[in-house]
Design a protein around this ligand. Structure first.
Ligand SMILES: Nc1nc2c(ncn2[C@@H]2O[C@H](COP(=O)(O)OP(=O)(O)OP(=O)(O)O)[C@@H](O)[C@H]2O)c(=O)[nH]1
Ligand SMILES: [Mg+2]
Length: 608
């Protein structure tokens, strides 16, 4: 006996028999539905006073018989469409409508999100007679010419209603023509390497300036997406009284998004907030789209960009910690939740080994990272003995930190118009007149709402910055959100325990702003320095300020004997940590020189 799905409570034995009998119908490919099937559905529907539907497989078999209530039908979870199955689900829904309504919006959304072959509604007379039928099927997204608005055309086509028996569509021919059409169109569409995505921003209405904030936030999310290799095809903003605890957006809005995604051939939704594992799972299940949140996007970028052994371990650890609670949700949306964007998560195979192994891996990575951190500490201590002052460049991502380092030192560290271009910190020397020197280090950019586990990874990278004598806080003055960026950076510096280190506020990219705006910046921050990191000439004032702020520090250094150290130590690069000698115990710091070089001592006596 086959199962009846849906709203089966309170059905009479007669009704159950009628419903079960529907499974015996066969529907050949040349029909959308046979007269016998229509009759069976109508009869069962009339007897139960509820909508009744059948999901018909292309093989001709009825795979599911479903009962709804008087006005709607809830489809069972029919699993995720596998790529190998082609464009469509190979299932069509044929169901009854009691009150003469045509296909509803819910019907259309089911058609689109489940990629059904077709959906048909049979309108019944009050006597339970099948009168008319109307149907809809998916149509391919229309390719967009350069400059053309993609908001044209619906992702489906409707036919009817026509009297039952007058629908003479050859189902098999229709569906194979559609599949060809889809295949042809998807070749014309240019796809970004990691697919097309719709960005979704949801916020509470009551929040002041929610709309302006949405704009800034979406702009940043679009940059993050671009950096991650995703093509952004649309933005959706919803301001609600309250965030929906389950789906985040309202169901109606999510249905809109599903239709929009089909229209634009987008397979991914990127949420401009962090989602709980169950929210991500519920949204992904409802929309049948890949769902990514802000944390996952940032993790993905880090995974793509980390280069050093240390950086890679940090990212893998953060990814695993992100994935673990999601692994607990054992449903088939798993791969959609943990796969990362281009499947660059820790890897599905690795995740499938299960939670226990994943936890073991987390412990292993944590131990490994602790070891690397000790080795870094050792390296730093050696470097500190040189007594060359250290200047650390920090700031929001994409502020121009690496560009500034390059310009100041004439080196060629990677600088790119991408977020998180730099994930591994680099150090270089700058020579000042009178044989004075500084070591200047680049750092990872900050971002607001930094994922917690990535923050831990940052913390490690910023151990280096903890030794700095001076911090250059670089700000992209041309970014409309630069005030917010400054606040975020200050806040994170505080959390990293770096607030007490003297710093210079450096407004960068002044070539991109008006003179008046530049004056306003200086007025608000009297001690700030303006530069254009891409233009060496503009950095003179900054160099003079650095020299001035380090004057006393250099003086002090002259009074203690210099240490003999290897030249290449200033290059804090990849793999180096692994070669470092074991850590010396604290007590080995005995001479005056060593003591003055020791971080704690230096801080209190030699503050510039
Ligand atoms: N017009 C202009 N562009 C600049 C200036 N400084 C940097 N840029 C550009 O800004 C972008 C980001 O520069 P990066 O130096 O990579 O920024 P970053 O702060 O190191 O960024 P992350 O490493 O990603 O945190 C690059 O495209 C630079 O060419 C400037 O003074 N003027
Ligand atoms: Mg950089």
């Amino acid at each position: 006996m086959q199962q009846i799905y849906g709203n089966t409570t309170g059905l009479s034995p007669h009704a159950v028999r009628l419903l079960e009998r529907i499974y015996r119908r066969k529907v050949p490919l040349d029909h959308v539905a046979t007269p016998e099937l229509v009759k069976s559905l109508a009869e069962a529907s009339h007897v139960t006073g509820r909508q009744v539907g059948a999901l018909v497989h292309r093989s001709g078999e009825i795979d599911y018989v479903i009962v709804g209530d008087a006005t709607k039908l809830m489809l069972p979870d029919i699993g995720r469409l596998r790529a190998a199955e082609g464009r469509f689900r190979a299932l069509r829904l044929v169901h009854t409508h009691l009150y003469n309504e045509q296909l509803t919006r819910d019907d259309i959304v089911d058609l689109v999100r489940l990629r059904l072959d077709l959906v048909a509604a049979i309108q019944l007379s009050p006597e339970g007679e099948a009168k008319t039928i109307d149907l809809a099927y998916n149509t391919p997204p229309s390719p967009v010419a350069e400059g053309e608005d993609p908001r044209n055309g619906l992702p489906y086509r409707r036919v009817g209603p026509l009297p039952v028996g007058r629908i003479d569509i050859h189902f098999g021919e229709l569906i194979s023509a559609l599949e060809d059409e889809f295949a042809r169109r998807s070749r014309i569409f240019t796809h970004a390497k990691d697919g097309r995505a719709i960005l979704v921003h949801v916020a509470e209405k009551s929040k002041q300036g929610a709309y302006a904030e949405a704009e800034d936030s979406l702009r940043e999310l679009a940059e993050l997406s671009r950096t991650a290799g995703v093509e952004v095809v649309d933005n959706v903003v919803q301001l609600r009284e309250k965030i929906d605890p389950r789906l985040v957006v309202g169901k109606g809005k999510l249905d809109d998004i599903v239709l929009r995604a089909a229209e634009l051939d987008a397979a991914t939704l990127v949420f401009d907030r962090n989602l709980t594992p169950s929210q991500a799972s519920a949204i992904s299940k409802h929309a049948d789209l890949k769902v990514i949140d802000r944390t996952q996007l940032i993790l993905d970028i880090f995974a793509q960009r980390a280069e050093s052994a240390d950086g890679k371990l940090q990212v893998e650890l953060a990814q695993l910690k992100y994935a673990l609670p999601r692994l607990a949700l054992k449903d088939d949306s798993l791969s959609r939740l943990t796969g990362g964007i281009g499947g660059r998560g820790p890897g599905e195979t690795k995740l499938e080994i299960g939670r226990r192994r994943a936890k073991e891996r987390v412990s292993f990575l944590e131990a490994q990272l602790k070891k690397l951190s000790r080795q870094r500490e050792q390296r730093r201590r050696k470097r500190a003995r040189k007594d060359v002052p250290i200047v650390s460049i920090v700031g929001y991502t994409n502020a121009g930190k690496s560009t500034l380092l390059n310009t100041l030192t004439g080196s060629d560290t990677i600088a790119e118009n991408k977020l998180f271009a730099t994930l591994d910190t680099r150090s270089r020397r700058i020579r000042f007149p009178e044989e004075r020197e500084v070591i200047i280090t680049d750092t990872v950019g900050f971002i607001r709402e930094l994922p917690k586990d990535l923050f831990a990874a940052f913390r490690a990278t910023f151990e280096e910055a903890a030794d700095a004598d001076l911090i250059l806080h670089v700000v992209d003055a041309s970014d409309p959100a630069h005030d917010q960026h400054i606040a975020t950076t200050e806040e994170l510096l505080g959390e990293l325990g770096l607030s007490s280190i003297p710093r210079i506020l450096v407004f960068n990219k002044i070539d991109l702003i008006e003179k008046g705006e530049a004056r306003r910046l200086l007025f608000g921050n009297k001690s700030a320095v303006l530069v254009s990191a891409t233009n060496r000439e503009t950095t003179r004032a900054l160099l003079a300020t650095i020299a001035d702020r380090l004057k006393d520090r250099w003086e002090q250094a002259r009074t203690v004997p210099a240490y003999d150290v290897d030249e290449d130590e200033a290059q804090a690069g990849e793999g180096e940590a692994a070669d470092a000698a074991p850590v010396e115990p604290e007590s080995s710091l005995t001479t005056l020189a060593e003591l003055t070089a020791d971080k704690r001592y230096r801080r209190t006596t030699l503050r510039v």
